[in-house]
Design a protein around this ligand. Structure first.
Ligand code: SAM
Ligand code: SF4
Length: 330
């Protein structure tokens, strides 16, 4: 059996993003509908099954796993999974994306469990607006969490900010200043049309990375970075600081030709592309072959044949992908 994952377009897959829960303690307006239904618990992979999936991918040459969700830190006993994955031989990077709500109490244990780098979502520095954008979130709790993560000493901390026109677009300079003051990085993300939402019109709320870059240039000198991430982000360093500013621009910058990643949803669906529905059900394979990793690895290798060449997001009209970002694992 091959120990590498290579798709039909000769792209090597070395990065897997794993959603460990679809549940969340926030309801961000771009990610979820106000009234969300979540999967019944027995439909989710249990922690042992999630570890099994991680192990299979690492044995197939994956060197980076990002744990995401939903909000990964609200899943019960999630630290056990981190501890187990952190010990996998061959896994070079175990990283996490979180909304930061639990970090004030979990940052140290996450570091000890082997998490190297952490992305924390933060769309606004104004308490009322933060609450509006997350529908429930409390800014002060997240800020305490960011401080705790800085103290815990992760290799790198990055803020993720989804920018919407007339909601938070005029905060981009303040968000960069916030990151510079703390010596951390920040990535601005264009909203993607995943799942049906009623709260706003996605086309109207679109604020492009190009516009953000122009706004930032009024206050900072951005130097093009040579970092190649084989991913969607393009990075700039802010002159005379330790901060890098990234842009994820799915609408204006198609990054599919260098795609090195796949996603696994919380119910064990292997998604071959963020913007397409091509998928393989890994849950039934795991449950049909308890204790035998070979069928799981064979299914993952076979899935490479259906990884699409790329995708295009359309903001106008019905979303092509009805799955919400919390299921997809952003
Ligand atoms: N709950 C965690 C968090 O918010 O960081 C992890 C999961 S969340 C789905 C991962 C990232 O996806 C967050 O940075 C969030 O802002 C982003 N996101 C969610 N829905 C999005 C959308 N429709 N378009 C672009 N980014 C989105
Ligand atoms: Fe929850 Fe993250 Fe989605 Fe916000 S973006 S609702 S924090 S999963």
């Amino acid at each position: 059996m091959s120990s590498q994952l290579i798709d039909k377009f000769n792209r090597k897959i070395t990065y897997m993003r794993m959603s460990v829960t679809d549940r969340c303690d926030f309801r961000c307006i771009y990610c979820m509908d106000e009234k969300m239904t979540f999967l019944p618990r027995k439909q989710l992979l249990n922690l042992e099954e999630l570890e099994w999936v991680g192990r299979a991918f690492v044995e197939l040459g994956v060197t980076k796993i990002r744990i995401t969700g939903g909000e990964p830190l609200v899943r019960k006993n999630i630290l056990h999974l981190f501890q187990r994955l952190g010990k996998l031989e061959g896994l070079k990077e175990l990283v996490l994306t979180t909304n930061g709500s639990q970090l004030f109490k979990m940052a140290d244990s996450l570091k000890e469990a082997g998490i190297k780098r952490i992305n924390i979502s933060l769309d606004s520095l104004k308490p009322e607006r933060f609450q509006k954008m997350t529908r429930i979130g409390k800014l002060d709790v997240v800020l305490r969490g960011i401080d705790a993560a800085i103290l815990a000493g992760f290799e790198r901390i990055k803020i993720n900010a989804v920018i919407l026109k007339n909601r938070n677009h005029e905060e981009v300079i303040d968000l960069v200043k916030f990151s510079i003051e703390r010596g951390i990085d920040i990535t601005f993300i264009e909203e993607m049309p995943l799942g049906l939402i009623n709260e706003h019109d996605r086309a109207e709320a679109f604020y492009s990375s190009l516009q953000i870059r122009q706004d930032l240039k009024k206050s900072f000198t951005l130097l093009e970075s040579t970092d190649i991430t084989a991913g969607p982000s393009r990075y700039y360093s802010v002159q005379n600081t330790d901060t890098r500013v990234g842009f994820i621009s799915p609408h204006t910058h198609n990054f599919c030709n260098t795609c090195n990643r796949v996603r696994v949803t919380t119910e064990g669906q292997l998604l071959l592309c963020l913007g397409k529905e091509n998928s393989v059900d890994l849950q039934s394979i795991i449950r049909d072959h308890p204790g035998d990793i070979m069928p799981l690895k064979a299914a993952i290798i076979k899935a490479m044949d259906i990884k699409p060449e790329g995708h295009n997001f359309e903001l106008v009209g019905q979303p092509q992908v009805l799955r919400y970002m919390n299921r997809t694992g952003g």
